[in-house]
Design a protein around this ligand. Structure first.
Ligand code: NAI
Length: 794
């Protein structure tokens, strides 16, 4: 028997297990098996379609749930659709009351939910009790507030409709809250599919929703694996999809929804850097690392899985880390004194083992604590790799386990390039006692969240989401609400509403005076210079009367490559002050106005509509609008209930390809290019295929307006094939496409290569109407929000 003296000697904890009886009783009440929650009812259980849900800590069966099939998904979507009009019409206050009731219900049942989550997922009770479940309640409270304020704060917008949501297993109930709370607040109805490993808390939540009297059909839960997910993605009754999970599945969903018109937000994987400068407080850093990579067994999309440490302090930090790792407690996740619980499933354990093995084979040094993992259950020890090459598999691939890979750097510049050296861009931590240094580095990191001297902080008031292959869209905060809203009164875009621009037919009509017109062949415009098309071909441009008005270059892949390169070289534009950007846009407007008559004539010749002058006047006004916005599209400061604030910074997306519409040859071009440029992006514009001359004339205006070379590049030619090529290009960060639906589909499909952001529209806009053709919607599409959490106040 251990004596008290011995306990004082070792300071060992005794086991302090949380009781699991209430959860077992709850499961018993359901007979240990569950149907789907559709239209406010449990469907009958079909024993043939049940699959086991296991407890990762011991491999035992926890419950059996149903594999959702086509009929289930269809019934759920139909129920959500039927419930939509009434839910929308209820108004913000009524919806706020429901969200508030859900928050209260989560709090009232927090212990049951925490224990159930721990049993289902394997994560420690300390985390589910103190982090997951309180944050779930916080999300519902916060979004009760957005429901209440919706009509005033999002005037002119309404819910996006029926929402399909697919979530992963690493934060089962928290991911549900991140998805369901904003959707319900916005007036959407929901079909949610939890992950097959961890469906239990979503089912328990359905019961709470029922208890608080959420109207039938507003929230539907359909369980099942990826096959069920696929059915939900493909369902025509879904207006918006929100997904969190692997980049691989995100890519499948991007492709599957291409051309469907469904709104999409994707929160995908990461390989987030944890950057330690030599003046950081190393003891705080050690605790930070524990939270970065051993929190939730490292199964966190934004886990600080790459430790980048300044050379001079690396060995000291590793030593401190090893000492801390030796004292981490791993075991039964229901034990209140346990730090590290179980890995979610054997398949994940195998994946971690395989990647660790690969790391050793590639020559990195592995270290693990001396204690052993329990023989039973799905456990993996905290692991530290040092001497890792930045290109090693373990430095590039998301391991999604308690495995930290460490690399060193010498200068802040080197830290930034190492940090950005992955295709991902979800989060980063920066540790330094020098606020100048930390805040100098933060804007240079390509990711959606930066934590200064902290890590893995989450709150409902702050947006969360990635750059690059970590996906697009934000969850949380004001920025997250936009994902579930659409401009009020917009129709669902119907098929074929925009005509395909037919290639110009050959024409032999001579000019009116019978003489050949003086040749005027605009070239491409790349890097601030006119460039001959690589193909050596030109395409004729006909006027409305059939006359040949000129010819433009037939741009090809090589021209686009040059344009992308030029746009990258002009990246300094992002750092140009808002004031300076405004000056240049005003100057462009001034120079366009000075040549208004000439441009108006050109447009009239092209379109034969006689409204050229009105189009030019609108374009001048539009340039003024974005000059005005250039120093006013501010970010936000989020009030988060932690010692700090989150600065939500609007950042440019980077290099953006723009395929312009035919309806308004110059105004369409200006309406799309100006907001991008005003917010610091650089652009490769493909002008209207039918009327390209208005845009090519425009480069003369750009030349005289001090627009730096490479900020706006113009490549003429066959719009759809050029747009597709840009969408395939890995150095292009986003594509805007305004053309026929088939072209939009091709762009969305091709964009999956590097998960670039897309904005496609096949319903023509009224470009002259400032209410629909300029403003915040365009600015939002032109930017991505980076939330920088900084210490502030006590
Ligand atoms: P996953 O991406 O396959 O699963 C996430 C969700 O998507 C689940 O609900 C699943 O049923 C569903 N799903 C799977 N295939 C689908 C399809 N074709 N269409 C629609 N829905 C589909 O993730 P998985 O397989 O569980 O984990 C594999 C790896 O993914 C992990 O090792 C980790 O690297 C990464 N991952 C990243 C997460 C994140 O939060 N970023 C979360 C979970 C996994």
């Amino acid at each position: 028997m251990t004596t008290v003296a011995e306990i004082f000697e070792t300071m060992e904890y005794g086991p302090a297990p949380e009781a699991d009886a209430p959860v077992r009783q709850w499961l018993q009440a359901h007979d240990g098996k569950f149907g789907q929650y559709v239209n406010g009812r449990w469907t009958d259980v079909d024993d043939a379609r049940l699959f086991d849900v296991q407890e990762p800590a011991n491999g035992k069966r926890l419950a059996r749930v149903s594999q959702g099939n086509e009929a289930d998904v269809d019934a759920a979507v139909q129920a959500a659709r039927a419930a939509l009009p009434k839910w929308k019409a209820l108004g913000g206050h009524a919806r706020a009351r429901y969200l508030y009731a859900l928050a209260r219900a989560v709090q009232k049942h927090s212990r049951l939910l925490a224990v159930l989550e721990t049993m289902d997922n394997g994560k420690s009770i300390r985390e589910t009790r103190d982090i997951d479940i309180p944050l779930v309640a916080r999300h519902f409270y916060h979004h009760a507030g957005w429901a209440q304020l919706l009509e005033s704060e999002f005037a002119g917008y309404e819910g996006a409709g029926v929402v399909g949501q697919i979530i992963p297993w690493n934060f089962p109930l928290l991911m549900l809250a991140w998805k369901v709370a904003p959707a319900l607040a916005a007036g959407c109805t929901v079909v949610l599919k939890p992950a097959e490993f961890t469906p239990m808390t979503a089912l328990a939540f359905a019961e709470l929703a029922h208890e608080v009297g959420l109207p039938n059909g507003v929230l539907n839960i359909v369980t099942g694996d990826g096959e069920t997910g696929k059915l939900l993605v493909a369902h025509e009754g879904v207006d918006k999809l929100a997904f969190t999970g692997s980049t691989e599945v995100g890519r499948i969903i991007r492709k599957a929804t291409a051309g469907s018109g469904k709104k999409l937000s994707l929160e995908l994987g990461g390989k987030s850097p944890f950057i330690v400068f030599d003046d950081a407080d190393l003891d705080s850093v050690v605790e930070g690392v524990v939270d970065a990579i051993w929190f939730n067994q490292g199964q966190v999309c934004c886990a600080g899985s790459r430790l980048l440490v300044q050379e001079g302090v690396a060995d000291r930090l590793y030593e401190k880390l090893r000492a801390r790792m030796e004292r981490l407690r791993l075991g039964n996740p229901l034990d209140k004194a346990v730090d590290i619980g179980a890995i979610v499933a054997p398949v994940q354990l195998e994946r971690i083992r395989g990647l660790v093995e690969q790391g050793r084979e590639e020559g990195a040094q592995m270290w693990q604590p001396s204690w052993a993992c329990p023989a039973e259950g799905c456990f993996y020890p905290p692991t530290l790799f040092t001497d890792v090459s930045p290109s090693a598999t373990i430095a590039q691939v998301e391991i999604f386990g308690p495995v930290l890979v460490a690399m060193t750097f010498r200068t802040p510049g080197e830290a930034v390039s190492l940090a950005n050296n992955t295709p991902y861009g979800l989060a980063a931590s920066v540790w330094s006692e020098n606020i100048n240094l930390a805040l100098d580095v933060a804007p240079k990191l390509k990711c959606g969240v930066v934590w200064v001297n902290s890590t893995n902080l989450f709150d409902a008031a702050a947006g969360f989401g990635g750059y690059r292959e970590s996906g697009f869209g934000r969850e949380g905060g004001r920025e997250g609400m936009w994902e579930y809203l659409k401009p009020a009164g917009t129709r669902d875009p119907g098929p074929g509403t925009r005509e395909s621009a037919a290639p110009s037919p050959e024409s032999r009509v001579p000019s009116p005076d019978g003489l050949p017109p003086i040749d005027r062949t605009p070239k491409l415009y790349v890097g601030g210079k006119q460039a001959r098309p690589d193909s050596g071909y030109s395409r004729r441009v006909l006027g409305a009367d059939g006359r040949v008005l000129g010819a433009v270059g037939e741009g090809n892949r090589k021209d686009l490559r040059n344009a992308v390169e030029a746009a990258h070289k002009a990246a300094g534009w992002a750092k140009t002050s808002g004031h300076a950007k405004a000056q240049i846009l005003y100057y462009t407007a001034e120079n366009l106005a000075a040549r208004a008559d000439e441009f108006a004539r050109r447009i009239d010749d092209l379109t034969g509509r006689g409204d050229g002058r009105a189009e030019i006047d609108a374009a001048v006004s539009r340039l003024f609008t974005y000059a005005a916005w250039a120093d006013k599209y501010d970010g936000l400061v989020h009030d988060v209930p932690i010692r700090g604030v989150a600065l939500a910074m609007n950042e440019p997306i980077g290099v953006v390809g723009v395929a312009c519409p035919d309806e308004a040859p110059l105004l369409g071009f200006v309406s799309l290019v100006a907001p991008l440029v005003a917010t610091g992006n650089t652009v490769i514009a493909i002008p209207s295929e039918k009327y390209p001359l208005a845009a090519t004339d425009f480069y003369g205006v750009l030349d005289t307006s001090d627009v730096p070379g490479g900020v706006i590049n113009i490549v003429t030619g066959e719009r759809d094939s050029l747009a597709k090529t840009l969408a395939e290009h890995d150095d292009v960060d986003a594509i805007w496409y305004f053309g026929p639906r088939e072209g939009a589909k091709a762009v969305e499909l091709a964009s999956a290569s590097n998960m670039k952001r897309t904005w496609t529209e096949w319903t023509p806009r009224a470009w002259r109407d400032a209410r629909v053709a300029e403003g915040r919607e365009f600015l939002r599409q032109a930017t991505q929000v980076k939330n920088v959490w900084i210490p502030y106040g006590e």
